[in-house]
Design a protein around this ligand. Sequence first.
Ligand SMILES: Cc1cc2nc3c(=O)[nH]c(=O)nc-3n(C[C@H](O)[C@H](O)[C@H](O)COP(=O)(O)OP(=O)(O)OC[C@H]3O[C@@H](n4cnc5c(N)ncnc54)[C@H](O)[C@@H]3O)c2cc1C
Length: 603
Amino acid sequence: MSKYISIENLKFALFELLESDKLFALDHYKDLDKDSVNIMMDAIKDYADKSMYPVFKEMDQQPAVYEDGKIIVHPAIGRFMKDAGENGWIGPTFSYEDGGMQLPHVFHTAASHIMECANNNMTGYTGLTGGAANLIATYGTSTLKEMYVSNMLEGKWAGTMCLTEPQAGSSLSDIITSASPQTDGSYKIKGHKIFISGGDHEYSENFIHLVLARIEGAPLGTKGISLFAVPKNRITDNSGLEYNDVLTAGEFQKMGQKGYCTTHLVFGENDDCYGHLVGAENQGLKNMFQMMNGARIDVGMTAASVATAAFYASLQYAQERSQGRRILPGGVKNVEAQQTSIINHPDVKRMLLLQKAVTEGSIALLLQASLYHDLSHHSSEEDKEKYHLLLELLTPIAKTYPSEMGRVSISNGLQILGGYGFCTEFSLEQYYRDIRIMSLYEGTTGIQSLDLLGRKVVMKNGETMKLLTKEIIASIAAASNYDDLKPYADKLKSASKNLEQVVMHLLQFAMSGNHERYIADATIFMEMMSNVVIAWQWLKMATTAKTALVTGNTIQTSEFYESKIHTMRFFFKYELAKNNGFKETLMDPDSLTILEDKKSVLA
Ligand SMILES: Cc1cc2nc3c(=O)[nH]c(=O)nc-3n(C[C@H](O)[C@H](O)[C@H](O)COP(=O)(O)OP(=O)(O)OC[C@H]3O[C@@H](n4cnc5c(N)ncnc54)[C@H](O)[C@@H]3O)c2cc1C
């Protein structure tokens, strides 16, 4: 079997970089230790090798389809839901009372990485089920919890997230699905939801849809949206199941992630669909954000994982494919010599290093964000707020950077295969198609960028940015202890200052009331800030590697640590350097996308 993941890198990030095992000192996690989480990850890797990776290509070739009112998916999904339920992988972070193992999120994210590297078409089914169950456990009544949560965590029933409607994609304030209160406390639900991932298939006996809808008479906009748990089959008085008028109207045929079904659902076509409110009336979007924020980290990790698997596929190819000869001093080529492996050509090495820099930088950021999540729930009161704000700020970046740059990195990986990269015989073209969705669903890159610049950067009067800068300064100070890392610490200091200058420059527009101008180039700002954040992660990784080499306190080979330092240098030279151009664009007084006469510029 081909290599599709680096478990060494994952363990380096978890234990050496983030020291996540320190969490076990907290009361909530006191029953866990490093050995038990290592055993769990090894078991997941074994499962991924045997049951997930072998069907990765097959699921692409046998896409989910709609036939006779049913969605047909690959049978591996049925086995996976069952196995994941039995092994406790659907809700491992849940408390003991709610049926979980109180696993920190950082280890759950790591476990997802292993599975997603093996097969990114499968994990969404369990990820959404766990997310939906978590929403019910957090905001639902005890009756709702009893009705749904255990069946979902056991993998018998599936969960979904139903936000999108034909006229309400990015703009959720335009949702029109309606909810009418009934005398028994339930609500009659009516409306169409489209693009629903994992929305229906034959391997779950029931689906619990978490639906955003508007209660009759609710205010317009997002302030009038409520959240409902709407089962496909409702529980009868004698604990059986009866159809709840949730019709499966079709399946979207897609360019990638073909094994992960995407369904059109119609609620209440026969006026016989009932759901229950989850949380308070009109608080639906706010509550749904709990699931959406988790899903954004999940999407980021899926993207990083697809790009990781692609990296190892192109690395293997580059080692095996011979083509051309190295240029000798004086520009001479010895045509009598054997052809060299393409990995020896600087341009191919550059593409491989880009893949490594993007994927390992992304993984470090995603695990960092997940650790902040754990600390925001289980540390001291004062620290909880700090970690919560850091997580809020980093979430749009953790979703977007791996999705956008993961795609670029896979494109480079495909390039390494030359013409074979374009052929279905190799997996690169599938990875390239699969990753494309990541920058679209769970909020497009445009919407994440608006969230970053429009909300997160200015949250609590800029407290979020201050906290991040503090973290970055601490990492700069640690790196500066090593002479060979100091120049990179200085570069990050100056990149961080440049980012600050850009924020101050843009804020002038917001303060003068020109909000459209403030956020017009939010996506460019996202690119610039992401580079600072990933450079920070790389500097931290290089410092950790250097410390291991200097102290001899190592759990990996010296080549592993040296390669970390080399890749950090690569990231700073080839990626962080781009921030000078981003700064120039963001501070340019010319405003070319906001024009009165929009037609003329595109004529
Ligand atoms: C495979 C797949 C699975 C999905 N799974 C789910 C799911 O499980 N549940 C669910 O509810 N939804 C799901 N979706 C829906 C997905 O979240 C939406 O497609 C996405 O939010 C974008 O909405 P839209 O497609 O209507 O695009 P639009 O909102 O029409 O956006 C089109 C373009 O306009 C830009 N744009 C829109 N508004 C603005 C603005 N205010 N400022 C700047 N730019 C803007 C966008 O960035 C985008 O580039 C899924 C979609 C797909 C394709």
